[in-house]
Design a binder for this molecule. Structure first.
Ligand code: SF4
Length: 478
């Protein structure tokens, strides 16, 4: 999971790119980068948070009327600056790109690029594959007179070669910005517009919250397989190209997206409340003897508040969060994750001591964080700890760009019965997968990490490859 942003306008967009990346920082904290184009590409990227890499003095350096930004959370390739995005090619024409997702036939395409065009890829990042595939299709057109329909043809062929999930943005030098996603629309991409003195300017971004901050109005979420091209004269062209049954990642609503984002007309905060209500229905039948419901800040608040209301048990904010420590889930190694939980969360003993606590978290992935939270609550005097996961048990690896890719690391992969014991809780309750599916429609979403039904073809060797890659990334992060 990463965050991507592209803006094209009449005047300098670099300030908005820096501010905008800050708004999607929750989608990746490993590295950040910006590329702008006006006569030539200007790129700046580095490891760490947006504010560690960019400050307002970079506005002048990156000044241009179109640009792309990226925040990275590495699920493919090591965490080093070489793998940070954006990446660009200058020959046979200028093309710069950012992406979010995971191309699952990466190895096969990498080999083909090496054999067919004798090109040696520089990174271990799948974006290079998307970039080269699109570049080689564009090269076959008369780039000087590139029309929107020729560009759509090139993107359509690119989409048909790539398997997996991706939302990608590219600057085509002197032509405009193009955004497209995979034929199942697994990853989000939103188009927005803002009216300035000279007319309308445009942004394509992972989440609508970024548009709100930058004063853009949302036009639409890109549908599965859709391509949007904003040309240099700021005319918008869009077309659905390769379209397959949609499989939008349900985890965007559960954890990734910010609560104030709206995806396909669904406000994320509201969706979390709805999941909290589903949990309440389930828990009512269990007659849970909890005294209080508490949330694990901050992504669990809406699940917990709706659950508490639904079961008639008071909710308290009894875990305080240090806002200056990042999201623990998206840290690349387990030691860092555990350390981050201790640094991030502090229980308010007075609220917890002697109480039977129902603690709600968005999910239980490896169990490291949940175990730490349970032990913090017990140390604070909790008489009982009921651990409630707002997502169903995660039993299968995600091959679409989320760091849940090693099956043996998933604590529920061999069944959820032993999870309570493993994390030290008195009871673990998961949101029921059938209720979730029933609520959201059985179709239209990817639930593969819960039920193992991958919406795309997953080669047998892929899981091993991803596993190897993640191990390598972990070693380099240590
Ligand atoms: Fe999202 Fe899970 Fe599907 Fe991955 S497997 S895309 S995390 S729903």
């Amino acid at each position: 999971m990463c965050g991507i942003l592209g803006i094209i306008g009449y005047e300098d967009v670099s300030r908005d790119l820096i501010y905008g990346l800050n708004c999607i920082q929750h989608r990746g904290q490993d590295s950040a980068g910006i590329v702008t184009f006006q006569d030539s590409f200007k790129t700046m990227k580095g490891l760490g948070l947006v504010n560690d890499i960019f400050n307002m003095s970079h506005v002048e350096r990156l000044k241009a009327n179109c640009g792309l930004g990226h925040v990275r959370y590495s699920t493919m390739g090591t965490t080093e600056v070489l793998n940070a995005q954006p990446i660009s090619v200058n020959y046979p024409f200028g093309l710069a790109m950012v992406h979010n997702g995971n191309v699952t036939n990466y190895s096969e395409l990498r080999k083909a690029i090496l054999e067919d065009s004798q090109s040696l890829l520089e990174t271990s990042n799948d974006i290079e594959i998307i970039l080269y595939t699109l570049a080689s299709e564009l090269e076959k057109k008369n780039i000087k007179y590139l029309t929107p329909s020729q560009l759509f043809e090139a993107v359509e062929i690119t989409q048909s070669r790539l398997e997996g999930s991706y939302a990608a943005l590219a600057i085509i030098a002197n032509k405009g910005i193009v955004g497209f996603n995979d034929p199942r629309g697994i990853r989000p991409l939103v188009l927005g517009e803002k009216t300035v003195k000279k007319g309308k300017i445009y942004a394509l971004v992972s989440e609508s919250t970024c548009l709100d901050y930058l004063g853009f109005k949302k036009i639409k979420d890109l549908k599965a397989g859709e391509c949007v091209f904003i040309d240099i004269n700021l005319k918008v062209h869009s077309k659905i190209l390769n379209h397959k049954p949609p499989a939008f990642c349900i985890f965007e609503y559960i954890y990734f997206a910010r609560e104030d984002s709206v995806i396909f007309n669904r406000l994320v905060a509201k969706e979390r409340e709805n999941m909290g209500k589903l949990l309440a229905k389930q828990i009512k039948k269990l007659n849970l003897d909890a005294d209080i419901v508490i949330d694990v800040p901050s992504s669990s608040y809406f699940f917990a508040s709706a659950l508490a209301e639904g079961i008639g048990i008071p909710m308290k904010r009894a875990l305080t969060k240090n806002n200056f420590v990042g999201r623990s889930f998206i840290l690349p190694n387990p030691k860092d994750r555990e350390h981050a939980v201790c640094q991030k969360l502090n229980p308010i003993k007075e609220f917890i001591n002697g109480k039977k606590v129902a603690v709600v978290d968005d999910s239980i992935v490896r169990g490291t964080t949940s175990k730490k939270i349970t032990s913090l609550l017990r140390e604070a005097g909790a008489e009982k700890v009921y651990f409630i996961s707002a997502s169903p048990p995660i039993k299968f690896p995600c091959v679409y760009g989320v760091d849940m890719s090693i099956k043996t690391e998933l604590i529920a992969s061999n069944g959820e019965d032993k999870v309570a014991e493993a994390i030290g809780a008195d009871k673990v309750i998961y949101l029921d997968l059938d209720s979730l599916k029933e609520f959201y429609n059985k179709t239209g979403f990817c639930y593969a990490c819960f039920d193992g039904k991958y919406p795309t073809m997953v080669p047998k060797t892929l899981l091993k490859e991803i596993e190897k890659d993640r191990e390598k990334a972990k070693l380099s992060a240590n």
